[in-house]
Design a binder for this molecule. Structure first.
Ligand code: AR6
Length: 171
């Protein structure tokens, strides 16, 4: 069974009072639609101003900013892969996103975090495979590691929640 600190809920990630929320960004880090647009709207224009100083971010990697008007102190901007059929390293890039976001969380002192379902919206990554990768990678990092207190898989719809509950064995 995956680590019990990993849980799935349906929520608007911009409302969660965790140490850090993860953004499903693109490599420009200059905003966009989906959860990225929602995070920028809720955080205010200071977020974009800080993002402009970061010079973008490669796919599979993550960079942190402050959370500004969000309840979360930090935003970790992770760049998921665009799904091109699975033969272009998309699964490994998605796993790297989760792993690197957790590494960034540790460097900023964040113990409670929330992830959206990275790449499964505009970037079209299949939801089931994405959930399996997310849970496996987070679980691997949490094994024997007391640093993280809670990792929330923040779903925006009941279909995604059902997938995570099944993968987590919490159905
Ligand atoms: N809270 C939680 N989850 C959300 C929210 C929210 N407020 N809004 C959407 N989701 P997407 P991607 C879910 O498309 O596929 C942007 O333009 C959504 O239902 O936001 O990684 C970026 O700038 C889905 O399950 O991100 C990039 O260009 C999940 O978040 C591109 O989209 C991810 O969907 C990234 O695409």
């Amino acid at each position: 069974m995956p680590d019990a600190r990993i849980t799935a809920i349906v929520a608007d990630i911009t409302r969660l009072a965790v140490d850090a929320i993860v953004n499903a960004a693109n490599s420009s880090l200059l905003g966009g639609g989906g959860v990225d647009g929602a995070i920028h709207r809720a955080a205010g224009p200071e977020l974009l101003a800080e993002c402009r100083t970061l010079s973008g971010c490669p796919t599979g990697e993550a960079k942190a900013t402050k959370g500004y008007r969000l309840p979360a102190a930090w935003v970790i901007h992770a760049v998921g892969p665009v799904w091109h059929g699975g033969g272009q390293g998309e699964p490994a890039a998605l796993a790297a996103c989760y792993r690197n976001s957790l590494a960034v969380a540790r460097t900023i002192g964040a113990r409670t975090l929330a992830f959206p379902a990275i790449s499964t919206g505009i970037f079209a990554f299949p939801k089931d495979l994405a959930a399996e990768i997310a849970v496996a990678e987070i679980d691997r990092v949490l094994q024997g590691d007391p640093w993280f207190q809670s990792v929330i898989l923040c779903c925006f719809d009941d279909v995604t929640l059902a997938i995570y509950r099944r993968v987590l064995g919490q159905a």
